[in-house]
Design a protein. Structure first.
Length: 141
């Protein structure tokens, strides 16, 4: 639906440009999240995909160039596009996340104290893992 005062072919649903400060804050969030996602490849206690998805969200709202690069990246791109198509998480990614969280939880339980923060962290990982397994693996239909 278009507004009566808008030019032909322009939708009223198009978001107005963001203020410069907000755009730069989102760019910084995208870069920081992408950095954390990359660090998560090497640090088993740090998740990768949630940070990459956050970076993709922030980049889509602030930096078309960064967003395009992420969506076309051979490793990140398929996951970003699948998530945008319907919150799809491939089974392989679910298993990998589950194994990594189990390894992290085991390490925390064996080597870290005091117990209450460790148990809270393991509980959060279990909740995230349950939520992850409830996500679709492919488009319905």
């Amino acid at each position: 639906m278009t507004r009566p005062d808008s030019a032909p072919g322009h939708s009223a649903d198009v978001d107005p440009p963001l203020p410069t400060v907000l755009r730069w804050l989102l760019v910084l969030l995208a870069i920081a999240s992408l950095g954390l996602g990359i660090a998560g490849i090497f640090l088993p206690v740090l998740p990768t995909v949630p940070f990459v998805l956050l970076a993709a969200w922030a980049a889509a709202r602030s930096s078309p160039r960064l967003a395009r690069w992420m969506e076309e990246h051979p490793h990140m791109g398929p996951h970003i596009r699948a998530w945008r198509r319907g919150g799809i998480v491939p089974r392989r990614a679910k298993w990998l996340a589950t194994v990594m969280m189990a390894c992290s939880a085991t390490g925390l339980l064996l080597w870290i104290g005091p117990w209450w923060p460790v148990l809270a962290t393991v509980g959060v990982m279990a909740a995230v893992d349950l939520w992850l397994w409830l996500r679709p693996e492919e488009l319905p239909g």
